[in-house]
Design a binder for this molecule. Structure first.
Ligand SMILES: [Zn+2]
Length: 494
């Protein structure tokens, strides 16, 4: 269950930035260039942003539940941060549980990489390269510049809306375009981060040429795009000749020093990622025959036909094809009865309960109500039909929203969807399992094609395995070479 980072986080940053700073731009020295630059955000404010954003990011994407990998990534990250231009910052490195290839940095020293990008890496040097690149965005204060620009924009146009906590996410949907626009780095920033990344790699003892190889993966993954989180290329646009430039940069760095002692560390890396989930994890929800099924939370719901469903850690959102209406399912954080919760919500500023009553939805105690919500900043109103459903140990809030003039026609569609919420009892659906990475050793002369035969997995093509391993399918391997295979998990229908 969730919504793109860019939306809620940007709204949050904007509001925080406006709160924290006056209208007067300040000046600060850039830690990398040493030059003075206009910055609306001081270092203290930058750190505060990271600290405040961190729990939201974890709530949104979820930390990968694997203490061993977290410690491993943290260790390598700290080594790189220690040789960076801002060793004094308090750095944090987290693997998030997202099936999209990306890595991102939040101001103040918070770096995130996805479990999916880890699946595509083949050694520790590549991991160091990606972490080094993200560290570069922080040391050169790229995000801070981005936010300063966004802040200027927001001061001019009055965006940065905050409604009630419950409806805040939904209100933010409309602002996703703005979020994406500003959180994308510029190509000059990318070039600088590439340079900083290979420098930090080398200083931490890794072979910088490995980063060049990994850039090729991003190029080949260009078509893949994330629903939940944008992929690497959409947030880190490739500067022209990225591979050539970085390769030259790496050779220059190595020109005057022996490169024999540099670390690549393939085996230790592969050992770390053995067993991690690859791709979507169906235990966290999937769509089947028009139903959204959630095995871990044991519920199901039917969204209107043809609506696009986005499933994130904190929310499931179904959006009408033209984007004119949406239904969002989330867990209420307060442990209350449906009626208490409905009353609590009606007391939020800008929220009015138009009508509503206690009911039962498929045997579960519920409250179904019509609300009108007014954004306190923009004065824009939305109409909402909300169901609060007590099921298992949780209180679910399922809310359909649209503009007030479309509410009358949409409310029937909302109601027929909301009232399908109920228990998931199908044992086959409850028993689904994700695909996982397995590491196997080749015997002399075996090829990736031979090894792939060990698992029959209709979701993974041989070309996918070739990219994951950066091997040609028919290339004979030496004895003992370890390769990644994807063991299929159990699914409802193959
Ligand atoms: Zn970047």
């Amino acid at each position: 269950m969730k919504k793109p980072l860019t939306v809620r986080l940007l709204v949050f940053w904007l509001s925080l930035a406006v709160l924290l700073t006056g209208l007067y731009p300040g000046c600060a020295r850039n830690p990398v260039t040493g030059k003075r630059q206009v910055a609306l955000i001081s270092e203290q404010q930058e750190i505060a942003m990271g600290r405040e954003s961190h729990p939201q990011i974890l709530q949104q994407y979820g930390r990968l539940e694997n203490a061993q990998i977290q410690t491993y990534v943290e260790g390598i990250g700290q080594r790189l941060a220690g040789v960076s231009h801002r060793p004094e910052l308090e750095w944090h490195f987290t693997v998030v549980d997202v099936p999209v290839v990306n890595a991102f940095a939040v101001p103040g020293g918070y770096i995130y990489i996805t479990r999916e990008i880890m699946a595509y890496m083949n050694n520790e040097a590549e991991l160091a390269g990606v972490l080094g690149h993200e560290i570069g965005h922080v040391t050169a204060r790229h995000s801070v510049e981005q936010i300063s620009k966004a802040q200027l924009f927001s001061l001019g146009l009055g965006v940065g809306s905050i409604i009630s906590p419950t409806f805040q996410q939904l209100g933010g949907l409309a602002e996703s375009g703005l979020g994406l626009l500003f959180l994308k780095y510029g190509r000059d920033d990318e070039r600088q981060s590439d340079q900083l990344g290979v420098n930090y790699m080398l200083q931490a003892g890794y072979d910088p040429r490995r980063m060049v190889e990994f850039f090729e993966v991003f190029e080949r993954l260009q078509e893949e795009s994330g629903e939940v989180l944008p992929n690497w290329l959409s947030t880190h646009p490739a500067p022209p000749d990225r591979i050539k430039r970085t390769s030259e940069e790496a050779s220059q760095l190595l020109a005057n020093r022996p490169s024999t002692d540099l670390k690549v560390a393939r085996e230790p890396y592969l050992r770390q990622i053995a067993g991690i989930v690859y791709g979507e994890n169906p235990r966290e929800g999937f769509t089947q025959d028009g139903w959204f099924l959630h095995p871990d939370l044991r519920f199901r719901i039917r969204f209107p036909n043809g609506w696009r469903v986005q499933n994130t850690r904190s929310a499931v959102v179904a959006v009408e094809p033209n984007g004119a209406a949406a239904i969002q399912l989330t867990l209420a954080t307060e442990r209350r009865s449906p009626e208490e919760y409905a009353a609590l919500l009606a007391n939020q500023p800008g929220v009015r309960l138009v009508s509503g009553n206690r009911t039962s939805i498929n045997g579960n105690p519920s409250f179904l109500g019509i609300y009108e919500v007014v954004n306190q900043n923009t004065q824009q109103a939305i109409g909402a039909l909300a169901a609060f459903i007590s099921y298992g140990n949780n209180l679910y809030q399922v809310v359909g929203i649209t503009s007030p003039n479309q509410f009358r026609s949409a409310s029937n569609i909302f109601e027929s969807s909301l009232t399908t919420f109920g228990a998931l009892t199908d044992n086959r659906a409850l028993g689904v399992q994700p695909d996982r990475i397995r590491i196997v050793e080749a015997r002399e002369g075996q090829t990736l094609r031979d090894l792939a035969g060990r698992f029959s997995n209709s979701r993974i093509k041989l070309e996918d395995l070739a990219l994951l391993n950066r091997l040609e399918p028919n290339e004979p391997l030496r004895a003992g070479v370890e390769v990644k295979l994807i063991e299929p998990g159990r699914r409802l229908a193959e």
